[in-house]
Design a protein around this ligand. Structure first.
Ligand SMILES: Nc1ncnc2c1ncn2[C@@H]1O[C@H](COP(=O)(O)OP(=O)(O)OP(=O)(O)O)[C@@H](O)[C@H]1O
Ligand SMILES: [Mg+2]
Length: 144
């Protein structure tokens, strides 16, 4: 195997299954999901409402609701198993190596601030690194 093929995917989901515990019994939201995203690749996930898109992304981010029950599988970021990470370790990964723009960006992003300001905020609140002044630019400007 050469070096390129030996490189693990940036994101890999393997045989991942997730149930939600409900009053009516377990509900299988994700059944044996497999996907991988290589460096530089973009993946679009499409499905009807309720098919589990958000559940999968929350699983990847390790934002699992209390009634979620992971039945099988693995989620790996550059080969590292995220299921083995503590919440503290995940906090260091979120915003630095993976992040999520929540559904309906008109409510998850603030329309009165430029995108650059909102993105740089993540870096400012992250210990260890600060963006250089002017290093993040966006075409979107605050409307007056
Ligand atoms: N915490 C929960 N407890 C029980 N059931 C849940 C929970 N969260 C989601 N579900 C159910 O799991 C299924 C998948 O929901 P999910 O929100 O992941 O779908 P989606 O593909 O993102 O839908 P949409 O396109 O409407 O955003 C749905 O049937 C939903 O009702
Ligand atoms: Mg959704």
């Amino acid at each position: 195997m050469d070096k390129i093929t030996a490189m693990p995917p940036v994101l890999e989901v393997r045989d991942y299954s997730l149930d939600y515990r409900t009053h009516a019994g377990p509900f299988s939201a994700l059944k044996h999901i497999n996907l991988e995203i290589a460096r530089g690749e973009v993946l679009g996930l499409v499905g009807e409402s309720g098919s589990g898109k958000t559940s999968l992304v929350w699983s990847i981010m390790r934002y699992l609701p209390g009634n979620a029950w992971e039945k099988s599988g693995a989620i790996r970021l550059s080969g590292e198993e995220l299921g083995d990470k503590s919440e503290r370790e995940m906090r260091a990964i979120r915003g630095r190596r993976m992040s999520m723009v929540f559904q309906d960006p008109s409510t998850s992003l603030n329309p009165t601030l430029s995108l650059g300001r909102q993105l740089s905020e993540v870096l400012v609140h992250r210990p260890g690194r600060r963006p250089k002044p002017g290093s993040i630019r966006s075409g979107s400007r605050r409307r007056s």
